[in-house]
Design a protein around this ligand. Structure first.
Ligand SMILES: C[S@@+](CC[C@H](N)C(=O)[O-])C[C@H]1O[C@@H](n2cnc3c(N)ncnc32)[C@H](O)[C@@H]1O
Length: 358
């Protein structure tokens, strides 16, 4: 996972990350930091994470996989009854009211996952055998040949154009990050076509769970799961699970409440798509203030490409080589990265005055 590579988490680290679906928080936990503060301004994302945490705490690996939806399971509602005692009141209320999502398996019930599950139904309706074949390759050259010869044709371009026509996308994804600050002429079709092609050229489909989700609608055909779903990571997840603290707040407002020089690592996901330049600058202001010496940050850019704000560049060493590598190797093939280290000493000596004025 790219954030694990970029952040190089140590056992004494305090890590701040964006919750999202909760997967990234749990993935980062497998690196064993002292503490992870998982922040999201959308409480539903945090309720999802809290449910996943309780599942890790209370279930064995096989029941955990069944409960989340990775495997078939007939009694998810009963399992929920068993684990719900440990949930906060608001989380328990939300899931009791949405027990139908639990019954279906929460792993595939996010907006993003539901969107691509529907797309995958259409794809498989017309090219079921090709989808099966795509996930069967053990040789990258064979996979690339298959892509050029059998996959990348008029039909594929038509499917991509249907999914990526601006209005379809906005309507079905609902997530503002996909379009709020995107230029009106942005070519979604080319973006998705080329991003997908990059994924096919750089790694086997059966090792890419993001491809599994977006093309096949599930992780059924992939052999490499996200870390927090892997059997051999489950014991470490269980051992570290109490190290997560969940905060429902905007990242800006949360960071403002943190002390100077108190955080080692920042995984701020793809929040850039939700922010205007002023808000993005405000977040970097707080990152620089709260960072310990040599703290590391990692941001993902989705469609909206954001740079480190000009005013903070002197206090950050960007790792552009790693950024390029992550862009090339990240399984979620639509992202670019901004990552680097914060020069705390320089910040303390000379930035304070500047920061006040930003
Ligand atoms: C697109 S999602 C990420 C989903 C993806 N599954 C992942 O984990 O990377 C980005 C998340 O960032 C949250 N978010 C965006 N801007 C934020 C901000 N300023 N403060 C806190 N959370 C924010 C959204 O609520 C959403 O859950």
């Amino acid at each position: 996972m790219s954030e694990i590579k970029a952040l190089d988490i140590k056992e004494d680290d305090t890590v701040v990350c964006i919750t999202g679906s909760g997967g990234r928080t749990l993935n980062l936990l497998t690196s064993g930091p002292k503490e992870i503060i998982s922040v999201d301004f959308n409480p539903i994302q945090n309720w999802m994470l809290e449910l996943k945490i309780n599942a890790v705490k209370n279930l064995d690996y096989d029941t955990y996989c069944g409960f989340l939806g990775l495997r078939p399971c007939k009694n998810r509602d009963q399992i929920f009854d068993r684990i719900s005692a440990g949930l906060s009141d608001e989380t328990s209320k939300f899931w009791c009211e949405n027990i139908r999502l639990i019954k279906k398996g929460i792993l595939y019930q996010g907006e993003f996952e539901r969107h691509y599950r529907i797309c995958s139904v259409f794809i498989k309706l017309f090219r079921y055998r090709k989808v099966k074949k795509l996930f069967s390759f053990c040789d990258l050259n064979e996979q690339i040949k298959f892509y050029h010869k059998e996959w990348d044709n008029k039909f594929w371009n038509f499917m991509v154009s249907l999914d990526s026509s601006g209005s379809n996308f906005e309507r079905s994804m609902k997530d503002p990050a996909f379009y709020m600050y995107t230029h009106k002429d942005f070519d979604y079709q080319k973006f998705f076509h080329d991003s997908f092609q990059k994924a096919i050229m750089t790694g086997l489909a059966c090792d890419n769970h993001f491809l599994g989700l977006t093309i096949d609608g599930s992780y059924k055909r992939v052999r490499t799961l996200p870390l927090y779903l892997q059997r051999d990571k489950f014991d470490i997840l269980k051992a570290n699970i109490d190290r997560i603290k969940i905060v429902t707040d905007s990242l800006e407002s949360f960071l403002k409440k943190m002390a100077d020089c108190s955080i080692d690592k920042y995984s701020i996901s793809d929040v850039s798509g939700y922010l205007d330049d002023g808000q993005y600058q405000a977040i970097f202001h707080e990152i620089i203030r709260t960072a310990k010496d040599q703290a590391v940050f990692c941001c993902r850019n989705f469609i909206v490409q954001k740079e480190v704000p000009e005013v903070f560049k002197p206090y950050i060493i960007r790792n552009t080589e790693l950024e390029k590598e992550l862009e090339h190797t990240d399984l979620a093939f639509v992202y670019t990265f901004v990552t680097g280290q914060i020069l705390r000493e320089k910040t303390l000596q000379s930035v304070k005055g500047t920061l006040k004025n930003v």
